[in-house]
Each structure stands twice: as structure tokens, then as C-alpha cells.
Design a protein around this ligand. Structure first.
Ligand code: Z5A
Length: 209
């Protein structure tokens, strides 16, 4: 029997509404009769969660280099892919990811200015030909996203970046999302109810395809 397990990813800036989108998509996929494993990046295995803490925390008297941040993101992704995502899919479970490789393309590529050749090399080493079957990119204006994220409490190291960083990250996200025929863009500068309605529509199209 053909294994039709799918990998779906939710992407977007902080405050885009990924957390509630993950909960909604999980419900829709499970209602369609598929068993589902959810993941988050960086994170999702004991080692990858330790990397998550490492990249998000503030380091006093030490600059976190762009290279270190980049390599840590891919180290965490390798752990998650080989220990969770691929084994789950091999058993027929669908996987829903809160962030994946598009985050590195957008944050490290767009935000930090890492060049495409380096990103491609790391992606080739880490993922080979593995790609999401479907991505929902939740678009938010950076100032609004940060306002929502701030409303939730203390900001982590990356969230402390200047607005410009998030503007570049969003530009890269939009360029990637528009170029990817397996990606739908959801405008989240509207009520949560409308956002969820659009998500339902996109997932129903994906399930029917
Ligand atoms: N990162 C990276 O640089 N490179 C990589 O390769 C990867 C990640 C994988 C991970 O942090 C950090 O690592 C992230 C990117 C970087 N850094 N930053 N900055 P994370 O996983 O904790 O990600 P996050 O984006 O910071 O999570 P978040 O702030 O929780 O975002 P969210 O899940 O999209 O937000 P939310 O919790 O769903 O919503 C935030 C609030 O807004 C909440 O109170 C909602 O009720 C509210 N909200 C959401 N939507 C709406 C609408 N439509 N209207 C009004 N209010 C809303």
C-alpha cells in the first residue's frame, strides 16, 4: 500500500498567529481521519529543545554570531527530521510543523543576510530532497506581529532585534511563499475568525487535491 503521509508546515513572523493555526489545522486533519504528529522548530527532540533554549536565550558578554545561529538551526532540524518526522511519516502519520526550513531562508537569509549558496548547501546536507507537501504562510506586518508577541510577555533574543530585521525577514518570506506553488499565503491583518476561515478553506483544498 502506498504511504500517503503528508508534511504540512505553518510559517510566519512572531505574532502571526501560528499557535492557534496549528491547533486548528491539527483538528481539521484529524477530522479528515489522519493521525497527526505535531512538531516545532527549532525543537521537538531533547537535543533540539536544548538547541532551542540555546538560540533563544540572551548571552551576556558574548555575541551570538550569524554562523553559530545558522548552524544551530540546521543541527536542530537534522535531529528533528531523523528522529521524529521521517519515522512518523514512515508509519503513516501526517506531520504538522510549527516552522521548518522556510524560517531559516527568511530569518537567516532575509533577516541576517546569509547568502543563498550557504543556505542551499546546508539545506542539501540536512534535508536532501525532503520538502513540505504544503505550507501555510501567515503574513503579518512586523510592527503588528511584535506588538502581539510583546503582549504575551518577555521577548527572547531574536525578538529583541530591530524592526528592520523583521521587515527584511517578512520580505523574504513573501518572496519565497509567492514562488512556492505548494504554499498558500494568509493575510493575518484581520480578525482571527476571518484568518481561521481562510485556513479552513486552504486545508480543504489541499485535502481534496
Ligand atoms: N527561527 C529562526 O531564526 N530560524 C529558523 O530556522 C527557525 C526559527 C526554525 C522561534 O521562536 C524563533 O526562532 C523565532 C524564529 C527563529 N524567533 N523570533 N523572533 P518561536 O517558535 O517561539 O516562534 P515565535 O514566532 O516567536 O512564536 P510566537 O510569537 O508564539 O508566534 P505565533 O505562534 O505566530 O503567535 P501566537 O502565539 O499564535 O499569537 C501571538 C498573540 O497574537 C496571541 O496573543 C494571539 O492571540 C494574538 N493574535 C494572533 N492572531 C491574531 C489576529 N489575527 N488578531 C489579533 N490578535 C492575534
Amino acid at each position: 500500500m502506498q504511504n500517503s503521509a503528508k508534511f504540512i508546515v505553518i510559517e510566519g513572523l512572531e505574532g502571526a498567529g501560528k499557535s492557534s493555526a496549528v491547533a486548528l489545522v491539527k483538528q481539521l486533519i484529524e477530522n479528515a481521519g489522519h493521525s497527526l504528529v505535531t512538531t516545532r522548530e527549532p525543537g521537538g527532540t531533547p537535543m533540539a529543545e536544548a538547541i532551542r533554549d540555546c538560540v533563544k536565550q540572551h548571552w551576556v558578554d558574548e555575541t551570538v554570531t550569524i554562523e553559530a545561529e545558522l548552524l544551530l538551526m540546521y543541527a536542530a532540524r537534522a535531529q528533528l527530521l531523523h528522529n521524529v518526522i521521517l519515522p512518523a511519516m514512515a508509519q503513516g502519520h501526517w506531520v504538522l510543523g510549527d516552522r521548518h526550513d522556510m524560517s531559516s531562508q527568511a530569518y537567516q537569509g532575509g533577516g541576517r543576510g546569509v547568502d543563498n549558496a550557504m543556505l542551499k548547501a546546508l539545506r542539501d546536507i540536512t534535508l536532501k530532497n525532503f520538502r513540505p507537501d504544503f505550507t501555510l504562510y501567515l503574513d503579518v506586518e512586523p510592527s503588528e506581529g511584535l506588538k502581539r508577541a510583546r503582549g504575551r510577555g518577555e521577548l527572547d533574543r531574536i525578538e529583541h532585534e530591530h524592526l528592520d530585521f523583521f521587515v527584511r525577514t517578512r520580505q523574504r518570506y513573501l518572496a519565497l511563499a509567492k514562488a512556492d506553488r505548494h504554499c498558500a499565503i494568509i493575510d493575518t491583518m484581520q480578525t482571527m475568525e476571518n484568518v481561521h476561515q481562510q485556513i479552513r478553506h486552504e486545508i480543504s483544498l489541499f485535502l481534496a487535491a
